[in-house]
Design a protein around this ligand. Structure first.
Ligand code: C2E
Ligand code: MG
Ligand code: MG
Ligand code: MG
Length: 290
């Protein structure tokens, strides 16, 4: 509720408003020190195919704020966006993601490293030196771009399509893939799916959460899958929590899932143990568990 009030502009005084402003300022001030104090952490959530084998992994940001415990992105990403702090924070995320990938490559020699998906905020994407920064992160750790997927939201596509396209194409030229996050909730034109080097659509979890047989969500997911199939795009369903949701998605033909049903986002060590017990990629084959 803090973020909403902060964005409304302060036209009228309402009880609690001052508190909200104070909370926001306190978050902003604390965020300024969070990088130096090393308070950020990436956690990881696998994406699995219909045999429950991991085919990808998303990095998600957490803030271990002293005195507050673990703070979730919903509470601080909007503040970071508005204050511009998302730029250094976003750079930290990219650098840390690449460092992580290079560790995984050494830990699992011979194994195809799972592609790692990183969320990029619009403000970060439109930063003048975004492309060189991404390439620099990869270069520092000797990684090629095909280990990395960048998750953008549809709002990026509404901004400056010429700049968006040229940046995406340049990065795609280095093997970097792009996913459209929270797909179905924005207003982007389907035309962009064709014009931009997008490889993956992530169906927003709101469609999955209330999924029932033959409801509106089914119709929406069906049409997303159909567009994706025609354009040769991969589809990932987000927020899959229950067996029933997984089954309905499978029946619709949506086979890559991400959600609590498979794993909540977990720390690096726990994630490596999870991978170890599942077998990554095409390497090992387990009997289907769902
Ligand atoms: P997102 O990229 O759409 O990430 C998916 C969110 O859904 C994550 O929330 C994840 O923990 C949550 N989730 C995964 N499976 C389930 C499930 O089965 N049920 C439910 N209810 N939720 C599930 P999280 O980690 O709180 O992140 C929220 C949002 O914050 C992300 O949405 C993303 O937009 C943003 N975010 C996270 N990390 C970063 C980052 O490093 N940079 C930027 N710019 N944004 C980030
Ligand atoms: Mg995401
Ligand atoms: Mg999402
Ligand atoms: Mg989101």
């Amino acid at each position: 509720q803090v973020k909403e009030r902060g964005r409304n502009g302060l036209a009228f005084y309402q009880p609690g408003m001052l508190d909200a402003v104070r909370t926001r300022l306190s978050i902003e001030n604390a965020l300024r020190h969070a990088l130096e104090e090393d308070e950020f952490e990436l956690v990881f959530q696998p994406q699995v195919d219909s045999d429950s084998r991991p085919v990808g992994v998303e990095a998600l940001l957490r803030w271990n704020r002293p005195g507050y415990g673990r703070v979730m992105p919903a509470e601080f990403i909007p503040v970071a966006e508005d204050s511009g702090l998302i730029l250094p924070v976003g750079n930290w995320v990219l650098r840390t993601a690449c460092a992580t990938l290079s560790r995984w490559r050494h830990l699992m020699p011979g194994n195809p490293t799972l592609p790692l998906s990183v969320n990029v905020s619009p403000r970060q994407f439109f930063q003048a030196d975004f492309v060189p920064h991404v390439l620099d992160c990869l270069g520092t750790y000797g990684l090629s771009g095909n280990h990395l997927e960048l998750e953008l939201t549809e709002s990026v596509l509404l901004d400056d399509i010429v700049e968006t396209r040229s940046k995406m194409r340049e990065l795609a030229g280095h093997g970097i893939r792009f996913a459209l996050d929270d797909f179905g909730t924005g207003y982007s034109s389907l035309r962009y799916l064709q014009q931009l080097p997008i490889t993956t659509l992530k169906i927003d979890q709101s469609f999955v959460r209330e999924l029932r047989t033959n409801d509106d969500n089914t119709a929406i997911i069906r049409s997303i899958l159909s567009v994706a199939q025609h354009l040769g795009l991969k589809v990932v369903a987000e927020g899959v929590e229950t067996d029933a949701q997984a089954r309905l998605l499978d029946d619709l033909g949506c086979r890559i899932h991400q959600g609590y049903r498979y794993s909540v986002p977990i720390g690096e060590r726990e994630f490596l143990a999870w991978i170890g017990s599942r077998g990554a990629g095409r390497q090992t084959r387990e009997p289907a568990t769902r």
